[in-house]
Every structure is written in C-alpha cells, then in structure tokens.
Design a protein around this ligand. Structure first.
Ligand SMILES: *Cc1c(COP(=O)(O)O)cnc(C)c1O
Length: 376
C-alpha cells in the first residue's frame, strides 16, 4: 500500500458530538425549568440512566473525575499512605496529594500494564490505608487478588476507572469492584459531558456521605455537617450527557470495526504488540494502544511518534512520563527506578494511536502502512 500524508491532522480521539438540535431540544427543558444546577431534573435522570448503563448499585455525578476522586478519598476517610501505580494520568497520584496522603508507587504487570497485584503487599506499611488502582486503557485490574490483599490487611480499595466506561467482567459492571470507582466524563473519554465524572459504589450508605461532600457538606438550612467541596454536575453537562449517551453504542460499534482493521493490518508485524482482553471482558474501546519493541521492530517508539507527525498523524505517548518521575514525586523512596523496572520499560514502548468512530477503515490502513514503513 502506498503511504500518503493526511491532508488534515489526525489526533488520537475526537469527542462524540451529537446533533445540535437534539441538544437544544433538551436545553429548552432546562430553560423552561429555570433550574441550572444542584440536583436538577436532568442531573437526576442522567444518574438513573448511568446506574443502568454501568450496571452498578450506587452512583453519584460530579463536575469532573478528579474532584470525584478527591471526594472518594474523603468519603472513605483515607490518610497516611495509599499504594498506586506510576503508569497513569497525573490526576491519580495528585488526588492523593490533595488529600495530604503520600502516594506509594508499585510496579506494573508487563502484559496488562496495570498495577502488579503480586507486588502490592511488599509496599504495605503501618501507614497504608488503601490501594488506588487504575484500569489502564480500560483493561480490568486483577480485581479479585487486589480485594483479597485489601481484606487481609484491612485496606480500602479505589479504582480509577476513567478509561473503563462500559467495561464488564463476566457481565458484572466494572464499577462494582472495590469500595469506590471513579469514571471520567471528560471530552476525550468515550462517554462524556464535556467535563464531568462519577463515583460508583456497592455500599448504598456511601451515597449520602458522598453527596454531602460534593455540596460543601450542607445537610440542610441549619446544618453543615462536614468540610465539603463543590463537586456538583450542572444541568448543561447533564443534558449533553443524556444526548451523548444515545450515541455511545454506535460509537462502540464503529470503534470495534476499526480495532479489527488495526489488528488485521498489524498481525505478524515484528516488534509490534497489541493487548487483547480475554473473552469474558467487555471492552471499553477507549484507546487503541500498541507496544513497540525497538530492537525487533527496527525503530524506537519516540522515532515512530515523531515520524508520524510528518504524515499529519498525532499519536500520544500515554502515559509518559511516569508519575514517579515528576518533579513533585521523584524524591519519594517508592519512586526509585530500581523498584519500578517494568513501568520504566513499558513507558518507553507504548503509543496511543488514532481511534474514534469518525476514522475510516482506509485511514487506519494508511496509518498502519506508515507505521510498517518505519520498521526494518
Ligand atoms: C481523564 C483521566 C482522569 C481525570 O479525569 P477528569 O474528568 O479529566 O478530571 C483521571 N485518571 C485517568 C486515568 C484519566 O484518564
């Protein structure tokens, strides 16, 4: 196949943009109600819808995923140290820092790229209160093993499920595992509300506490029960979410087709690997990520990344740099590269490729042809 540069820049994702008239029809309802935020009718409808879509028993909406995760830590009264992964978006460890908690980095699994459950116990100290794991690229963590470890040591479990919208294990919603899971509804995520997020939880008693914490702790006109924050999702976000939700299945189908095209085109390319979930897992189709083994492929990830730009293709080195290499975390004992060998290897190999419903199959074929040309 002849490789050609793209006329327009191609990025790794594009948000679902619903028909504007559908959005304005719902906005009319908001205007008529005169209610813009604070548990509005649209917010409450979206909460109910998402309970069903995510197959979870408890859910609370937020203005973004990061504030949601900050509130999750507060609602579980976490303190001291929390064990987490260095291979994630900055929000994950930062949320701990904003709670006065010390992040303790644990190495990752070489295949799933999620926190390596077998290494968690060696990170536990008398100060540890929880494990904050991330379902990186929508691949489920070893939820069973993590829960066993937590139970054995009396720890809470939180999941950053920002990439895992719609993921299920054996038909069980991913948001049901651990004490609390966080979903992000940022524009770059499969389902979005421009900015937004949610916490999900099994323990129904958590709902009241979480809802108080996201609204300044205001219990009623006479009582402020705790030092809360402003984490509320407004009606405009909720309206967008309700309309976007109607497009999610179609977008998933389109991405599934593109995933198959990528997989077919990259089959047998030496030095390029793609992770595939086992058949009992429902995919998120959030990202399409390849791993590049420099020696076997004949070009490094960084080389591929910069060469792609010449073709107007803007890939991303998610999640480079590792959180343990940030200026604010590199002095932590757990940040020592010697104790994070797998994360340091993986972070040099990963590349997030263009992946959204609006891409055509022949765009993907062209992207793969460009890639193959860069190899040996
Ligand atoms: C997007 C993302 C977040 C942050 O979510 P926001 O809604 O943007 O605050 C947190 N963790 C991970 C892994 C993410 O990808």
């Amino acid at each position: 196949m002849l490789v050609r540069p793209f006329k327009e820049p191609v990025y790794i994702t594009r948000p679902i943009l619903p028909d504007l008239q559908e959005v304005s029809a719902k906005l009319k309802e908001v205007w008529a109600s005169g209610w813009l935020t604070n548990n509005g009718p649209q917010h409450n409808i979206l909460e109910k819808e998402l309970l069903k879509v995510l197959k979870v028993s408890g859910l609370s909406l937020f203005n973004n995923g990061t504030i949601a995760l900050i509130v999750a830590c507060q609602s579980l009264s976490l303190s001291g140290e929390v064990i987490t992964t260095p291979f994630t978006f900055p929000a994950t460890p930062h949320v701990l820092t904003w709670n006065g908690i010390k992040p303790v980095f644990c190495d990752i699994d070489p295949v799933t790229m999620n926190i390596d459950a077998d290494r968690i116990e060696s990170r536990i100290t008398p100060l540890t209160t929880a494990i904050l794991a991330v379902h990186v690229f929508g691949t489920p963590c070893n939820v069973q093993k993590i829960q066993e470890i937590a139970d054995r040591h009396g720890l809470k479990v939180m999941y950053d499920a920002a990439h895992a919208f719609g993921v299920e294990i054996d038909g069980e919603g991913i948001g049901n595992f651990g004490d609390i899971s966080m979903f992000s509804f940022h524009a770059t995520k499969l389902f979005h509300t421009a900015e937004g997020g949610a916490l999900t939880f099994k323990d129904k008693n958590l709902k009241q506490r979480i809802d108080l914490l996201k609204n300044f702790g205001i219990k009623n006109e006479d009582e402020v029960a705790m030092p809360g924050i402003n984490g509320k999702m407004n009606e405009l976000q909720a309206v967008l979410g309700l309309v976007v939700l109607e497009y999610v299945e179609e977008e998933r189908k389109k991405r599934k087709v593109l995933l198959d095209v990528y997989t077919e085109c990259l089959k047998g390319v030496e030095g390029i690997t793609v992770f595939k979930n086992s058949s009992n897992v429902r995919d998120s189709y959030q990202y399409f990520v390849i791993r590049i083994d420099e020696k076997a492929f004949g070009a490094s990830r960084d080389k591929v990344y910069s060469e792609f730009k010449k073709y107007n293709v803007f890939t991303r080195k998610y999640f480079y740099p590792l959180c343990s290499d940030y200026l604010c975390y590199r002095q932590l004992p757990s940040s020592s590269p010697a104790s994070l060998p797998v994360a340091h290897k993986v972070v040099r190999e990963v590349l997030s490729m263009p992946f959204y419903g609006g891409l055509r199959a022949d765009d993907v074929q062209n992207i793969c042809a460009i890639l193959k040309n860069l190899g040996k």
